[in-house]
Design a protein around this ligand. Sequence first.
Ligand code: BG6
Length: 369
Amino acid sequence: EKGGWSSFMAKEVSEEPEAVANTVRGRIHDGVVQIPELDGLDEMFLGINRIVVVACGTAAYAAMVGKYALEQWTRIPVDVELAHEFRYRDPVIGPDTLIVSISQSGETMDTLMAVKYAASRGAKTLSICNTQGATIPRESDAIVYTHAGPEVAVASTKAFVAQITALYLLALHVARLRGSLTAAEIAVNAHELEAIPAKISEILATEQTHIEQFAHWMADTRSVLFLGRHVGYPIALEGALKLKEITYIHAEGFAAGELKHGPIALIEPGQPVFVIVPSPRESAELQKKVVSNIQEIRARGARIIAVAEAGDAAVLPYADEVLRIPLAAPLFEPLLAVVPLHIFAMGLANAKGLDVDQPRNLAKSVTVE
Ligand code: BG6
């Protein structure tokens, strides 16, 4: 039920704080991360030397974000691969590989076939899924459910933040088992995760109206670019995907460092470019690099929309618009930076009078290959 909301998507974006909080619940106790569903699987996590995350669409961008945390915290090499590409290239996998699949519905055929293929090659399989009892978790050795609640709008929003949350919990669970982080380091990250729901609520309370007005004002835009670096890169991809899915506007996401190797040729006067800016207080070096990317494209006439930490004064001289997010440690910024992009895409679709819940040509769950 939509309740009082104008669309399921509006309701689901408003539920992003609970999606994270409910996914965390019962899995962190006084800074110790332990996922009860993974009890009895310690040997599996101790026996692997490689992780491959497979997913499609928005779930694949959650996977890309998760790679940074999984590698940094567990020191296990992680690859992310689109599920439909994975099994057609004779991948190097075996009993010491863990395949982590991510799927909101748990029914996406491309992802299911990748999991079955991996299992047939002797790999271990773990499913991150939002739907109890769905096919992909049933086919997997281990399950970590996201507790975002049912997601009805075709374009995924609250499931995305829940998927990143589940990946981070998984990474901290494995880091504890393998001793790759100290208990104190795990506790610091666990507390960062526990603080995220209130920070998302703050964005919804203080920025939503502003972003919706801005989106209305942008309604005639024909092309939007998104730039990000490090964990901001998959968020740029997600921002562009959401815009394509529900507004039908041409949108592309790029890694900010790649700009000078090609995409900068696209910049002409008036081109709107969203830039996910890392926090100067938490990642000063990265922030400087991104600000210099902003200067390069601004000099060529780009209109800069910065998604930046509220206290970041350095972007102000270069940004035509600033969408503010609260401060978070670098790996946790994606859980905040994506929220303004979800609101923007939805606001723009509404401004164009489009059906945000049922975009043309798309299905919520694609059960054919
Ligand atoms: C697409 C949906 O078909 O499948 C996307 O339109 C979704 O919103 C993608 O991200 C993957 O779906 P799932 O259920 O496997 O997460």
